[in-house]
Design a protein around this ligand. Structure first.
Ligand code: PLP
Length: 439
């Protein structure tokens, strides 16, 4: 089983009714660091990285790059760079974090549909390895900034391969009606511009990303076929041998028992098979492949601990159990109707359960973390652990209701280290000013 097919971190154990991850007692951790608390299991992250590398072992020219937007902080980027990953970034903030984590900036790619001039300047100053150029406006802008700095930017062209995959509408990106990338019917136009006008852009290849939380490897098969066909077409039409393709990320994870995402091996096999077939068909040289997983690298490694507070029982309808966090630390249920699985970290062997709805503490009726789930009879002070919160939780967190963002703790070998400090009330007002005239 590959790590993304598990509900819980790989080091999960139960000892005397308590949940342990990375050798640490989650109940003790909640007590020591407070709640809500993001907990990240180092071994789970590393094992997933190794599974990716091992799954693609038969392909020589492969570069793994982690999509920082899933979760970006210094310690996480450090671990991933130790595992040999490069980084897919989408803002100056992510690029800066990578730089400060000491990663090799040549292995950083800058992606996004509206990069600002300032961000592009920064990226060039840091010497990042690749820009994924998303549109005509950006090509012009990047070329002029590169020219003014007397440098050449190595680029990929972000294209929309026109693949529909079965995932939530908001996280589907490869279809024709998408805000990202060049439609295939426009690639000739942009390539001509690069050839005759944009002398400071060096086109290396193509980039696509077909969506997120993908459960069908068929989508990758089709994507690779389209990318290789396009490389062959470009070679024929423009006499240009591009030898890089970036196939994006998107591999799904298991949020609930019903979810059955494919393994990394299955993903790799679809990609390698499609590649072999397409290379034969179009007779071009084997390109370098970039793959840029985010969610599947980090999701399973993360859990969030909450403390139980108040209750509301509506007879014949449901029982709400309120937690001390919710949509500000995990906006996904409110935003995408995302489903999660929870257990009571201090009542792991309790067989007497009841049906409850886990509500958040924020002032929105939609702030429900889990609708109707079987949990042991909860009391105030119990610790609830929500699994698979490593991706798109911390990175999407807000200060809604003016609540301090949680701390994050990295666990490994019975050791816990705070890698993100909890925000304080002072932090909340630290960048605010009252104009003199209001005093
Ligand atoms: C979001 C994104 C990824 C990562 O997607 P996951 O589903 O988290 O693996 C990779 N590439 C691009 C271009 C993205 O926008």
């Amino acid at each position: 089983m590959s790590t993304n097919q598990r509900l819980r971190p790989i080091t999960t154990e139960i000892k005397e009714e308590h949940l342990y991850i990375g050798g640490c007692d989650m109940v003790e951790l909640a007590d020591k660091y407070g709640t809500p608390l993001y907990v990240l299991d180092e071994e789970t992250i590393r094992s997933m990285c190794r599974e990716y590398k091992s799954a693609f072992r038969n392909y020589n020219n492969i570069h793994m790059i982690y999509a920082c937007k899933a979760m970006c902080n210094l310690a996480v980027l450090k671990i991933l760079s130790q595992e040999g990953f490069g980084f897919d970034t989408v803002s100056a903030g992510e690029i800066y974090t990578a730089y400060k984590a000491g990663v090799d900036m040549k292995r950083v790619l800058f992606n996004g549909n509206n990069k600002s001039a300032k961000e592009i300047e920064r990226a060039l100053e840091y010497g990042i390895g690749r820009f994924s150029v998303d549109n005509f406006y950006e090509a012009e802008l990047l070329n002029s900034i590169a020219l003014s700095k007397n440098t050449i930017a190595d680029i990929l062209l972000r294209i929309t391969p026109g693949i529909e995959c079965h995932t939530h509408d908001y996280i589907q990106t490869g279809q024709i009606d998408s805000k990202f990338g060049f439609d295939l019917s426009r690639t000739d136009e942009i390539i001509n511009l690069i050839k005759v006008k944009y002398k400071n852009l060096n086109l290396k290849g193509l980039h696509a990303h077909i969506g997120s939380q993908i459960f069908e490897t068929r989508s990758y098969y089709d994507e690779v076929e389209i990318l290789i066909r396009e490389l062959a077409r470009i070679k024929e039409k423009h006499n240009l041998s591009l030898n890089e393709i970036n196939i994006g990320g998107g591999l799904g994870v298991k949020y609930t028992l019903e979810d059955c995402p494919p393994s990394v091996e299955e993903l790799a096999s679809a990609v390698t098979k499609a590649m072999k077939k397409a290379l034969d068909k179009y007779s071009i040289e084997e390109p370098v492949i970039y793959i840029e997983p985010g969610r599947s690298i980090i999701s399973t490694a993360g859990v969030t601990l909450y403390k139980v507070g108040s209750f509301k029982k509506i007879p014949g309808v449901r029982k709400y159990v309120a937690l001390d966090g919710g949509m500000a630390d995990n906006p996904r249920p409110a935003m995408y109707q995302a489903k999660y699985t929870a257990e009571a970290a201090n009542k792991m062997n309790n067989s007497e359960t009841e049906l409850v709805t886990l509500a958040g503490r924020y002032c929105e009726s939609g702030d429900i973390l889990i609708e109707k789930t079987e949990l042991p009879r909860l009391e105030a002070g119990d610790i609830v652990c929500v699994y698979n919160t490593g991706a798109y939780n911390y990175s999407m967190a807000s200060n809604y209701n003016r609540v301090e963002k949680p701390a994050m703790v990295l666990v490994n070998n019975s050791q816990s280290d705070m890698i993100v400090n909890r925000e304080s009330l002072e932090d909340l007002i630290a960048r605010e000013n009252i104009p003199d005239r209001l005093r």
